[in-house]
Design a protein around this ligand. Structure first.
Ligand code: HEC
Ligand code: HEC
Length: 657
């Protein structure tokens, strides 16, 4: 025998661990063949989730033998990093084909990660190296476009993926990673959690006043819309909307959602700021934690924005003051043992702990500084430690969950540990980081008097889909990412010829005291170079729920639509120039003056990424492109003479811009 004695000893252990599936066949010469040696490694490199609730995050905890690891989705580095949370050692960086969203670990140790701009979910498995890192991509599957959040069903058979730009919940078989079904949901879905009996998936939205509850059992996978509006929070006749729905958490009693209520104000009167008239005495935005009740309303296949049902239980917490509000909540995790809720606040750079008492969540019973852009939380309930991943700083912060809670318990801030990742790697550029931090900064009086950040209304550089009362009349927030270069002037009435002038006026409208010139330049640079929506990912979409948006050259319908768009018959391109900007930079009266508008002329808006920015027009009068094409005839170009097929073609073309 040529086998080393240590290997001999290991074989019986491995055989037990592998069970009947992997039988060790000795080679013809009696020596142990290669395969069994490789499988010997499997138990050593295999991962097991620390919390087996199937909820995805940008940071998840795993056991690997006796080691305890954190896997982190590093969006800037396009990688999943592995950190040994006992030694602080970074174990390996697994490169991905794009920007990761969330990841999740299945009970059998497989890791699934959403890759946003590549439009796919990848399954990661240990590599043949001694500790399995960096991992390798074992399988890949296409999604409906821009996968962000992930979750596993309780039986671990199905992987659910929210697709932000593709506004869908996609389901995959975890066994084969084959696409199983897709449900169309409202704009910009982010988090997803599944209830324990596997009946419903809850989906939050960055841009919509609702949580979608998707039926996992029935054939049609109906979507119920639970309204997250909470009347009576703001005084007066203010219209109130719920935004920033990035995070959900399962509790013993149901599902919690965090979000921000926004007071958009009375759009028929001119205001001094963006939004609510009670601005001086009350902030226009309010952090909330609400319980989502899945019983509210019927199950139906309601499309985005079509049917709202009241949630039975929804409560607002938090003092209405600017400096005590988490205006960009990005992640949430619940600890049933201590009834503790942790929320990560972007812009404030904190991990906050909320306590539940007397039927209410009390805001911020403790807060820790974790860096400006925390995107995920993972709890180790046994070791009473909360781990937070902060993207900009590329650091994992470990916080004692019970600190400041019980007299004599852990009180000491020094128990907080930080683990920097990617040390020495150069990712992104420093000037851009200044602008990025400013764009997301909440509670900075130089930017706004009530704590609002640019990202409050322009989440990820996109838009909140809201119409705000402004000094110019009703104004819908425009998308910025990928739209600013070459599209001057700015603002719906084209009043400012540079982005810098526009941003200066924004800051003054928000009641900010102002930025210095260097900071302003950095902010403007960041706005102009923000990552655009993943058009390519949407074009790849292959599910029925996302309209066919194959590339303009390949799809004959799109080509026909383009011809129509450029033809004198519709006259679209006479204003939306077909030069890649889709604007002529001029103001026109397209008979769109609304109540509250002092003027009638509007700057031709760019149509870049127009498929994903519903509703349309400065006052959001058209909920869909289809409604716009039907309703604007004769006032803005000509569509009436078009056949149904031609309207399809024109819309298909608009969706590729
Ligand atoms: C309260 C919501 C809100 C906040 C906060 C906000 N914006 Fe806006 N943004 C809007 C609205 C509404 C418009 C359209 C304004 C108009 O037509 O004059 C707009 C327009 C813009 C535009 C012009 C886009 C174009 O294509 O015309 C830029 C650039 C911009 N915002 C950047 C910023 C920056 C930078 C910040 C932070 C300093 C910020 N915004 C904060 C709502 C907001
Ligand atoms: C006379 C110039 C002009 C022509 C011709 C024109 N548009 Fe427009 N378009 C505008 C203006 C101005 C607006 C903004 C109106 C408003 O917000 O009140 C606009 C808005 C839009 C929007 C909404 C953009 C958004 O983000 O809300 C779409 C989509 C659009 N146009 C498509 C078309 C199509 C398709 C045609 C041809 C059938 C067309 N336009 C013809 C000037 C024009």
């Amino acid at each position: 025998m040529r086998i080393a004695s240590s290997t001999l000893l290991a074989i019986p252990l491995a055989a037990v661990a592998l069970g009947a599936c992997a039988r060790v066949e000795p080679g013809s010469d009696g020596a142990t063949p290669r395969t069994p040696v490789a499988t010997l490694d499997a138990p050593r490199t295999a991962l097991a989730p620390v919390a087996a609730d199937g909820t995805g995050s940008t940071i998840v905890l795993a056991h690997q033998g006796r080691r305890r690891l954190a896997l982190v989705a590093d969006a800037d580095a396009h990688a999943v990093r592995a950190l040994d949370v006992q030694t602080g050692e970074e174990l390996g960086r697994t490169d991905l084909p794009g920007t990761p969203g969330q990841l999740v670990i299945a009970g059998d140790g497989r890791v699934f990660v959403a890759v946003r701009d590549a439009g796919e979910v990848d399954e990661l498995a240990p590599s043949p190296s001694a500790d399995g890192f960096p991992m390798r991509i074992a399988r890949r599957a296409s999604t409906a476009g821009e996968p962000v959040g992930v979750a596993l069903t309780a039986d671990a058979r199905t992987l659910l993926v929210t697709c932000g730009w593709g506004h869908a919940l996609d389901a995959f078989s975890t066994r084969s990673l084959e696409h199983a079904w897709s449900a169309d949901v409202a704009r910009e879905p982010r988090a997803v959690v599944v209830d324990d009996d596997g009946v419903h998936a809850y989906v939050s939205h960055a841009t919509a006043s609702l949580v979608s509850v998707v039926d996992l059992e029935s054939e049609g996978h109906g979507v119920r819309l639970v309204s997250m509006k909470q009347p009576g929070v703001f005084s007066g006749n203010a219209d109130q909307q719920w935004r920033q729905g990035y995070a959900l958490a399962k509790t013993d009693g149901g599902v919690l959602a965090t979000g921000v209520l926004a007071n958009t104000g009375d759009t028929t009167v001119l205001t001094e700021t963006y939004g609510g008239a009670g601005f001086e005495t009350m902030p226009s935005e309010q952090f909330t934690i609400a319980t989502v009740d899945p019983r509210g309303g019927d199950v139906g296949r309601a499309g985005p924005g079509e049917r709202f049902e009241a949630s039975d239980v929804a409560q607002v917490v938090g003092a209405p003051s600017a400096d005590n509000s988490c205006l960009l909540p990005r992640a949430m995790a619940y600890d049933p043992r201590g009834q503790l809720l942790f929320v990560a606040c972007e812009g404030r750079g904190t991990l906050e702990r909320e306590g539940f008492a007397d039927g209410r969540w009390s805001f911020s019973t403790a807060a820790w500084s974790v860096g400006g852009e925390p995107t995920g939380i993972a709890l180790d309930a046994d070791r009473r430690t909360a781990f937070v991943w902060s993207q900009v700083e590329r650091v994992v912060t470990a916080v004692p969950m019970d600190a400041y809670r019980v007299p004599g318990g852990a009180q000491d801030g020094s128990l907080v540990q930080t683990y920097p990742l990617g040390v020495g790697e150069i990712v992104g550029d420093a000037t851009k980081d200044v602008g990025r931090a400013l764009f997301h900064r909440a509670g900075d009086s130089r930017i706004s008097s009530d704590g609002r950040a640019c990202a409050s209304c322009h989440p990820e550089g996109r838009d909140d889909g809201l119409v705000w009362a402004t000094p110019d009349g009703p104004r819908q927030t425009p998308t910025l990412a990928g739209r600013l270069v070459g599209t001057a002037p700015y603002g719906w009435n084209g009043a400012r010829d540079t982005v810098k002038k526009h941003v200066t006026s924004t800051v003054s409208r928000l009641g900010g005291t102002g930025l210095d010139d260097r900071e302003l330049e950095a902010l403007v640079d960041y706005c102009a170079t923000m990552q655009p929506p993943p058009r390519a990912a949407e074009a790849k979409a292959k599910t029925a729920v996302v309209p066919a948006t194959a590339s303009a050259t390949a799809d004959p319908l799109v080509a026909e639509g383009r011809e129509l768009f450029e033809s004198p018959r519709t006259a679209c391109a006479s204003c939306h120039m077909d030069d890649g900007t889709y604007t002529d930079g001029n103001r026109h009266d397209v008979k769109s003056r609304a109540k509250g508008d002092p003027g009638r002329a509007f700057d031709t808006p760019s149509l870049r990424f127009v498929a994903g920015t519903a509703p349309y027009f400065h006052d959001a009068r058209y909920p869909t492109l289809r409604a716009l094409l039907a309703g604007s005839d004769g006032k803005m170009g000509h569509t009436k003479g078009l056949s149904a097929h031609e309207v399809d073609a024109l819309e298909a073309y608009l969706r590729t811009l």
